[in-house]
Ligand binder design. Structure first.
Ligand SMILES: O=C1O[C@H](COP(=O)(O)O)[C@@H](O)[C@H](O)[C@H]1O
Length: 251
């Protein structure tokens, strides 16, 4: 696991989205050149969706073979299929419906009107099994070595759906966990766990806007094993904070 996160500060939110899109296309194209395949973990939220829109608009988007990309999610709001608040719905509209993804490689988290109904714990356990199957035997924590795992950072320092002081943050025995009574609506969610996040080769934390400045400062000062979820998000090879000036506190 990386000890020292790197920090890149962009002029504003728009520049950050486009620069991060270029960075991500390069990282995924490099992974595909090296191994013939790549994997990415998407995030929801404002910065995650701005990135997806920038990817869709990029003239370089076909540098990635979208059909040879596994797409996972760091978290999901446990809502009916197609609900506009689902991270998967937003990703489909912003990007996935515009590029040639292989539907079999788009690993959406379950929805509340699917096979598991209201049983979000069973839904999270299923996603953990999907991750473990992709990771193969012997993978620590049953999670794949994702090439790039994206995380938006909430104003309270939450990442994925791991909220400060909430039980999901402490989950260590599976790659995915059910989250109930989340402090941010909707209350019922599924999230990757800290060990699953730390299985990624690269973890990129995205934060733009004045309301994120305090969270960024606190997360960068907290110990990696503290109760500040964003501080615990580390990649095996690289941890990268991608900020705009307001979130970095340098505006
Ligand atoms: O609810 C969520 O919030 C976080 C952060 O969202 P933001 O709009 O404050 O940037 C997001 O990363 C997560 O995926 C999402 O489910």
């Amino acid at each position: 696991m990386t000890d020292s996160p790197e920090v890149v500060v962009h002029r504003d939110t728009e520049v950050m989205a486009h620069a991060t899109a270029a960075r991500l296309l390069t990282a995924l194209a490099d992974a595909q050149a090296a191994r013939g395949t790549a994997s990415v973990v998407l995030t929801g939220g404002r910065n995650g969706n701005a990135l997806l829109a920038a990817l869709a608009a990029s003239p370089a988007r076909e540098a990635v073979d979208w059909s040879a990309l596994d797409i996972w999610w760091g978290d999901e709001r446990y809502l009916p299929d197609g609900d506009p608040d689902r991270n998967a719905t937003q990703a489909q509209q912003a990007l996935l419906g515009k590029v040639g993804v292989d539907p079999a490689r788009v690993h959406a988290m379950p929805c509340s009107d699917g096979a598991f109904g209201a049983d979000v714990a069973a839904a999270a356990a299923w996603y953990a099994r999907e991750l473990a199957a992709a990771a193969g035997p012997g993978a620590p924590h049953g999670a794949p070595a994702f090439d790039v795992l994206l995380l938006g950072v909430g104003p309270d320092t939450h990442v994925a759906s791991l909220f400060p002081g909430h039980p999901g943050f402490a989950a260590r025995d599976a790659a995915a966990v059910a989250v109930t009574a989340a402090p941010k609506p909707p209350p019922t969610r599924i999230s990757l766990t800290v060990p699953a996040i730390r299985s990624a080769r690269q973890v990129w934390l995205l934060a733009a806007g004045e309301d994120k400045a305090d969270a960024v400062a606190r997360a960068q000062a907290a110990p990696a094993d503290g109760e500040v979820p964003a501080a615990a998000a580390r990649g095996r090879e690289r941890t990268l904070w991608l900020l705009d000036r307001t979130a970095a506190g340098t505006a």
